[in-house]
Design a binder for this molecule. Sequence first.
Ligand SMILES: O=C(O)[C@H]1O[C@H](OP(=O)(O)OP(=O)(O)OC[C@H]2O[C@@H](n3ccc(=O)[nH]c3=O)[C@H](O)[C@@H]2O)[C@H](O)[C@@H](O)[C@H]1O
Length: 444
Amino acid sequence: MRLLMEEELFPSTPGKVKIERAHAFNRQFNRCFASTSTMFLWTLFLIALTVSYLSFKSFVDTGTHYFNLSAVSPSSRAWGGLQWEKHVRTSAQIRRSGGGSGGGASVLVTGAAGFVGFHVSLALRKRGDGVVGLDNFNSYYDPSLKRARRDLLAKSGVFVVDGDVNDARLLAKLFDVVAFTHVMHFAAQAGVRYAIENPASYVHSNVAGLVTLLEACKSADPQPAIVWASSSSVYGLNDKVPFSESDKTDRPASLYAATKKAGEAITHSYNHIYGLSITGLRFFTVYGPWGRPDMAYFSFTRNILQGKPITVYRGKDKRDLARDFTYIDDIVKGCVASLDTAGRSTGSGGKKRGAAPYRIFNLGNTSPVTVPELVGILERHLKVKAKKNVVEMPGNGDVPFTHANVSRARAQLGYKPATDLDAGLKRFVKWYLSYYGYNRKTGM
Ligand SMILES: O=C(O)[C@H]1O[C@H](OP(=O)(O)OP(=O)(O)OC[C@H]2O[C@@H](n3ccc(=O)[nH]c3=O)[C@H](O)[C@@H]2O)[C@H](O)[C@@H](O)[C@H]1O
């Protein structure tokens, strides 16, 4: 039918096009719309077609706007509807009184199916705060681990919305349904070295996603206070140790670091213009149970158990690399204390009404450990020797060491890291073996 119509309406001889097109169109029009009932049916059909096209287009636009992000933004999203709103409302309900913020909090946790977001959501729920999660379940690493975290959260009464922080309509809907007191923003493209492979995903999540979220927060009434995950990587090539918040952070060594540094500048501007209360947390190589499979301690464990070699990077002049590895429970305490001390956002209706807090804290462990030492501890807990392949650190964004000064967090948050790497890795290994077993293959 379509071919026939095209052939009749658009003949291939150029000189005849206009006249024949008009005649052919008239004939076709008379045949098709001879009766008003046929015309009515055609109109209905065209309206339905237009509506489906528009909703499909807006669906695609919100997920994968600028880049090819199939690895980071799965396109099957389902949100909205009465039942969905009921889940969101129930999950946001506060079940306690009192507490550091003068009453329970109702918190939107982005990246709730991620490592830190998962643990923080559990901790908040446990003490009776209302928690609604948001996560896009992307495939940067094994999404089944994210789904397992989500299932555990569901058992504790935390509903995780399947959606992206770049989806402005979804965020507006969430703030419409719940008057969130706080947003804990952990959704991000993590990983230092992956930025070489997929730079666009860092801009998409850590810059565009952050701005979309801040726009939603600034317009919300009441405005929530925001606590978000920055990174120790902002110190970049800083060689003054330990790293303090007052040190310069203008020499990032990776695109990941540059996007986190951009995030600190962007949040500052929203604090300044709209009166949003902002707390940025510079996490130092966080590890522990339910961790991220892309990180060294996790992938080393998998390879050691599977008898596969591990690659250990080494710095210039054969110097070992070192990290201020920080245990997840310490980080969770720092996050919760940040929420409790955040202070209020002052704006409403997108207008600033007064100055609001802008804070940055290091959350580290204050005692760096070298990568070969990390491997030694894992070997001991796993009771298996690693097959080490020591190579010079490739120039892909790594920094030689990190070391946190946490005196500001200690003074203002009561932050006091309590778990050393040995004790923390012991708990990680116990979890790993119970989750994966000795031989099961783990995805990335
Ligand atoms: O604090 C942060 O802000 C960041 O911490 C984390 O980054 P990193 O400190 O780089 O952790 P991680 O990859 O575990 O490598 C650890 C060490 O192992 C070395 N390393 C790594 C891989 C490998 O195969 N071999 C190796 O020697 C490697 O050279 C390094 O010396 C988070 O991933 C990041 O998202 C961000 O949050």
